[in-house]
Ligand binder design. Structure first.
Ligand SMILES: O=C1C[C@@](O)(C(=O)O)C[C@@H](O)[C@@H]1O
Length: 154
C-alpha cells in the first residue's frame, strides 16, 4: 500500500517534536521518522512539499494510479483553499488531513477548514503522530473497501 504525504506551505521551515524524545526534528528529520515508521507498518510513502497552491493541486491531481491514498497537511491553505478542496474531490484518491496543532488554540480565522471537506479523516492537534494515525486509518479504510487491492492488481 502506497501513500503520498503532501505538506503545504512553511512545513519545510518548521521543527517537530518526536513523541517521547528530547529535542526537535527539522523537516528532513520528520520525513526520515515518518518513512521509518511507515515502513515498519508495511506501507510505502512518497513525500511532496510545496509552498505553492498550484503545485499542491498538480500533485493531488497526479496521485491517481500512483498512490492508494493521500495524507495532506495543507498548512495555511487549509483555511481558505477551495481549489485544493476541489482537487481532492476530483482526484479519486482518498485523502486524510493532518494538522499538527489544534486550530482552536490559535487565531479565530484558523477555525475554518475548507480543505477538510475533501478529506475522509482528520487527525488534528496530535503533532507528528497525526501522520502515523492518518496512515493507519487510511490503510484500514482501503482494506475495508478493497480499493488498494484493486489498485495493486491493476
Ligand atoms: O502552516 C500551518 C501549520 C498547520 O497546518 C498545522 O499543521 O498545524 C496549521 C495551519 O493553520 C498553519 O498555517
Amino acid at each position: 500500500m502506497k501513500f503520498l504525504v503532501i505538506n503545504g506551505p512553511n512545513l519545510n521551515m518548521m521543527h517537530f517534536t518526536e513523541p517521547g524524545v528530547a529535542g526537535q526534528l527539522d523537516y528532513n528529520g520528520l520525513l526520515d521518522y515518518l518513512e521509518l515508521c511507515c515502513t515498519q507498518m508495511g506501507m510505502e510513502v512518497e513525500f511532496f512539499q510545496s509552498n505553492h497552491e498550484g503545485d499542491l493541486i498538480d500533485e493531488i491531481q497526479s496521485a491517481a494510479g500512483r498512490a492508494d491514498g493521500i495524507i495532506l497537511n495543507p498548512g495555511g491553505y487549509a483555511h481558505y483553499s477551495v481549489a485544493i478542496l476541489d482537487a481532492l474531490r476530483l482526484c479519486g484518491v482518498p485523502a486524510v488531513e493532518v494538522l499538527l496543532s489544534e486550530p482552536d488554540e490559535h487565531e479565530p480565522f484558523r477555525k475554518t477548514d475548507v480543505v477538510s471537506f475533501g478529506c475522509q479523516g482528520h487527525f488534528i492537534g496530535e503533532g507528528i503522530s497525526g501522520y502515523l494515525h492518518a496512515a493507519a486509518y487510511l490503510a484500514q479504510l482501503l482494506r475495508l473497501d478493497g480499493s488498494a487491492h484493486t489498485h495493486l492488481v491493476m
